[in-house]
Design a protein around this ligand. Structure first.
Ligand SMILES: Cc1cc2nc3c(=O)[nH]c(=O)nc-3n(C[C@H](O)[C@H](O)[C@H](O)COP(=O)(O)OP(=O)(O)OC[C@H]3O[C@@H](n4cnc5c(N)ncnc54)[C@H](O)[C@@H]3O)c2cc1C
Length: 470
């Protein structure tokens, strides 16, 4: 049944109250557009519910009026998933008022939270109890639990602790018909049927609205060892990665890589960076070990592993952080990669992944393919050596102001190379609106049909975030 928009507006206001239903264009401008300001049609309004019951009621009103919904958390997603696609008559459902940490259980090692809790807030609360939720990303000051579930976020510790889907034990979800699925169980083992919670991890809000979660926690580390290493190329990096894995086992927490072009751009544009090695090298590895167990000498463990790396000739140079300030300085070199490149000017970003053993082969073939499309294009691959996730970012050749006219050809070459190396066109940022058409081109017929059937089964009226994923 379709009802007039004034009725819709009245119903939403009655259900959510004055603070819960915002329609002034000025007040909703920022939330109407995505983080990178590339996507976002004008919504009818932004719903700001404060309870699961209000979310469910608002969904039922939208269903009755044929109004579509884009769930939104911190709006830091990089694929345009949290805003409306053009042509949609819809609203944004922002979960930010549902921001209670309901409980932290130091026996179960779980936290029960509402979907609007900001990741940094959770980190701070857990630190007081010597616990951690081991998900770390550059946007953690804004990204919310619901959005992290929606994108199945990864980050720099995924190699040890997994992605969001591995850290979520239970979920509460408002389904596209307004009913509530209470699956917020704190169980590591629960095989009583399909693993429904996993279906919502990475669904980008297309199957329902996450309102609460039970998350896995771990003891806070009491010691760290961090090193910056220089190696000759990514083949050597792969070998060093395998060596570190076998010699440091469960203590290996992060293993990142970046190259000389990326480091050069960061050093050129970002203040306060310092480079600790004697000479530049083609490729760098940042490695970190952590432990929560007293009496383990991580520096010694790392030194022994690196001695083997030097002996085999794979490691050219290296420095182990002597204190917290040095550790932070090493991490800044990796973390400022995106900023250095952004300040250089126009750029084209790709978030892809391949199996770790194919990282070097992928970067070599993707680089050759990109150079064939645009000779001299500056290639800045960096990312996660531990899990094969590469941010394969491009900057125009020196002296060439722009290259956006070549974007489609360049991106195609890189995605083809990722898929040819058994990889994926989206590692951790999702598809949103940015890659929805592209993803369809790379999917097999069976995968495409499976995804459509799941969507149609849960959301037959296509109310929930249409135009994303499929
Ligand atoms: C500086 C920066 C660094 C980043 N680094 C990383 C990184 O290292 N790793 C990584 O994985 N990502 C990274 N990202 C991307 C982004 O932060 C993540 O995708 C994050 O998970 C988004 O959380 P959010 O709350 O901002 O979600 P939003 O952007 O609001 O939404 C993202 C998606 O989830 C859906 N969604 C939001 N809330 C809900 C809900 N309650 N229920 C169901 N669906 C919902 C939305 O509809 C949308 O499709 C980075 C982004 C920035 C800006």
């Amino acid at each position: 049944m379709s009802v007039s928009l004034p009725d819709f507006d009245t119903n939403m206001r009655e259900a959510l109250g004055e603070r819960g239903w915002i329609t002034s264009r000025d007040d909703i401008a920022r939330q109407s557009r995505d983080w990178l300001d590339r996507f976002g049609a004008q919504p009818l309004g932004v719903a700001r519910p404060e309870s699961t019951a209000q979310v469910a009621e608002a969904v039922r009103i939208c269903v009755a009026h044929g109004v579509v919904i884009s769930p939104q958390g911190g709006n830091t997603g990089l694929a345009g998933g949290a805003v409306l696609a053009s042509g949609d008559r819809g609203i944004i459902m922002w979960l930010g008022r549902m921001n209670r940490i309901v409980s932290i259980d130091p026996i179960d090692f779980t936290a029960r939270v509402e979907a609007g809790v900001v990741l940094q807030t959770l980190h701070d609360a857990l630190a007081e109890q010597d616990l951690i939720f081991p998900l770390h990303l550059g946007s953690e000051g804004s990204a919310q639990i619901g959005g992290l579930v929606g994108t199945n976020a990864g980050g720099s510790h995924a190699m040890r602790f997994g992605m969001m889907q591995d850290l979520v034990l239970g979920l509460e979800v408002v389904l596209p018909d307004g009913t509530v699925w209470d699956g917020a169980r704190a169980l590591i083992k629960d095989n009583a049927g399909y693993q429904l919670r996993r279906l919502f991890c990475g669904a980008e809000g297309t199957l329902g609205i996450v309102t609460g979660a039970v998350l896995r926690l771990f003891p806070a580390p009491i010691a760290r060892a961090t090193a910056l290493l220089a190696v000759s190329d990514l083949n050597a990096a792969q070998s060093v990665g395998a060596l570190l894995r076998s010699r440091t086992g469960e203590f290996l927490t992060a293993m990142e890589f970046f190259g000389e072009i990326g480091l050069g751009l960061a050093m050129k544009h970002v203040d306060g960076l310092s480079f600790p090695l004697a000479a530049p090298a083609p490729t760098y590895i940042l490695v970190e070990l952590t432990t929560s167990v007293p009496g383990i000498d991580l520096d010694d463990m790392l030194q022994n592993a690196l001695a083997e790396g030097f002996e085999s000739g794979f490691v050219l140079d290296g420095a182990i952080a002597a204190n917290e300030a040095q550790r932070a300085a090493f991490w800044r070199l990796r973390e400022e990669m995106p900023e250095g490149q952004r300040l250089e000017g126009p750029q084209i970003k790709h978030d892809v992944a391949v199996p770790v053993a194919k990282l070097a082969a992928f970067v070599t073939s993707a680089s050759a393919a990109a150079d064939a499309v645009m000779p001299g294009v500056r290639i800045n691959p960096f990312g996660h050596l531990g899990d094969g996730n590469v941010h394969f970012n491009l900057t125009p050749p020196e002296g060439c102001g722009d290259f956006m006219g070549k974007q489609a050809d360049l991106s195609r070459a890189i995605y083809d190379a990722a898929v040819a190396n058994d990889g994926t066109i989206s590692a951790e940022h999702g598809l949103g609106q940015a890659k929805v058409t592209l993803a369809d081109q790379y999917r097999s017929d069976i995968e495409r049909a499976l995804m459509r059937r799941i969507k149609a089964a849960l959301d037959p009226q296509a109310i929930m975030n249409p135009g994303k994923i499929i």
